[in-house]
Structures are given as structure tokens and as C-alpha cells.
Design a binder for this molecule. Sequence first.
Ligand code: F6R
Length: 357
Amino acid sequence: EKGPYPHYMLKEIDEQPVVIRKVISKYQDAAGELVIDSEIRACMKKADRIYIIACGTSYHAGLAGKQLIERIADIPVETHIASEFLYNRPILSPNPFFIFISQSGETADIRGVLVDIKQMGHSSLTITNVPGSTLSREATYTLLTHAGPEIAVASTKAYTAQIAVLAILAFDSARAKGIQIDVNPAHELSIAANAMEIMINHKEVMEEIVWQYLNDSHNCFFIGRGVDYYACLEGALKLKEISYIQAEGFPGGELKHGTIALIEEGTPVIALLTQAQVRANIRSNVQEVKARGAHVCMISIEGIAEKEDHVILPAVHEWLTPLVSVIPFQLIAYYAALYRGCDIDKPRNLAKSVTVE
Ligand code: F6R
């Protein structure tokens, strides 16, 4: 039920802090430690390489998952688009472990890969929002995202719940491998949930950004580096699918290799900066596009923000910024679609669950 909300999408955006707190509690043991099923832990520990397979928004969560697992648990990870994997298949490592990420658990492109790797005798894990779904039944193991039913076609809370589960998996694998982590994972995830809530309580900031930057634009660039680039891919997808504004998520450093030709007077560019190590680079990319007339909206995070930045995310651990940086992107997409009179919950040409290849 939508209750007082005009759209399911807005309701689902608002639910995200509660969903993250629920994910934390679902994976906590009696002592309050975040833990993963011991058989899955053993697979993660044994794997010399992890292959994450997904589509669309879940693929973007998989990119965030790659960063989390590599940075926290020190296991190499490749994230692949399911529909490409069958013919663009990488040469597999000797001990691969497969992770399928799917909100619906019904996506045909992913099932194609699952059937294929099962035939090769590999075990797998499905991270899904739907217990008993096809991908959950057919994979060796399942982890649930506990986001509750997601009705809007554009995925929001399923995405952040997937990232939270991937973070818990990364922390658990690190512990299993004896890697010393100097943070309390449940505590850091709660801080992220609180930061998400603060952003959600300041919707007017994103509404204003849409008025200022996207009112009559036909295109928009999202730029970032590292994990911020991955978040930008998701920001661009959200904007495209519900507002029909042509949008592109781009690595900050890559713009000058061609795409900067598209920047002209008034072109909106949304820049994201949550990682201290890329601070100088992204700010210089912003100067480059500004010099060509771009209308830049800067989203940064406390600690590395500058006063004049347009949105400042509350501080969270640098590993967990993808949970928070996506909130302004979701809200920008929502308001852009709202002002254009689009059918927000049911965008044209799209289905909630894609069961054809
Ligand atoms: C975008 C969106 C889609 C899905 C994709 C995969 O907002 O919802 O890109 O993420 O179709 O769907 P699942 O996660 O159900 O496999």
C-alpha cells in the first residue's frame, strides 16, 4: 500500500534507512556480530576469484560489491553483465565462486549464466529480495535482502539492501580469512542508515537542484571516480528510465578523451566526490567542464566537502558511501520525472521483472 505517498517510488526511497536497519538485524547473531551462513563463508574463503553476475541496477550494486569484497576481504572480484557473460566469458580461475544479484530472482539473462556454470559443476549464491524465486531455488545458496516488496519499476531500496548484504558478506569473509578489520561493521552500517535518513529528510535540496539544473535539459552527465563512478552509472540509469532525460555516468578522467565534446553552455553535470583519494582529480574535472560552459552540481561528503558544494552527504565510512550517495540521485530522478509529468512507477517500455533473454 502506498499510504499517503503519491508514488511507490517515493515510498520505497523513504523506506531505505529502515530496510538497512532490518538487514543489520537479520544478519546479527546473538552476540550482535554480523554473520553469514557458514557454508557460504567456506565458499568465499576457498574462492580464488569471485564472479558477480547481474543486470541493470543490480549490476551496479554488483560493481559496488566488487569494491567492498576486494577492499575489505582482499578477494579478486569481477562483475559482469549477465547477458554478455555467455559469449564474452572471461577465462575462469581454478576456484571460482559465483554470486548472482537479482531483486526479482527471475531475470532470464542471469538464469542463462546460472544454468551454464552449474553444468560446469560450480557452486553459486543468489542474493535476492524474493524468497523461493527461480534464481534462489536453482543456486546452491541464497542470501535475502529483506527489502520488502518493491513495486515501483525503478529499483531503489532493493539496490541499497543488496549493497548492505554485500558489505556484510565482505566483512564476514574478511573475518574468516583472519583479516583484521578495525571497525565494527554493524555500527558503521547503522551510521550509513542514519546518513541516508538525513538525506531523505532534506528532499527540498534535491527538488531545488532539479529546478536549477534539469528544468529544460535534454541530457545530463554524472561524473565520479572509483566507487563514485559506479554510483554515477546508477544515477544516470535512474534519471533515464523514469524522466527520459538522456543521461550518462562517466569516469571523471575519461571525459577529456572524447565525450567532453558534448559539453556546451548550460549542459548539466552532476559531480560526485566521496573518496578523499580522488578529491583533487574530480575537482579539476569539474573545472574542465565548467570552462566549457557546463552547469555543475557538486555532491560531496563531510570531511572533504567545500562550502560552496551543492549537496553535502553526512560522513560515513569510506567503504559504505555508495549506500548514501545514491539517495540524492534517486530523488533527483524522482523530481525530474515528476516535473515532466512522467508515469513514475510504470515508466514506458519497462517491466519489473524481465523474464525474456
Ligand atoms: C532499474 C531496474 C532494472 C533491474 C534489472 C534487473 O531501476 O530496476 O535495471 O535492476 O532489470 O532486475 P533484477 O534485479 O530483478 O534481476
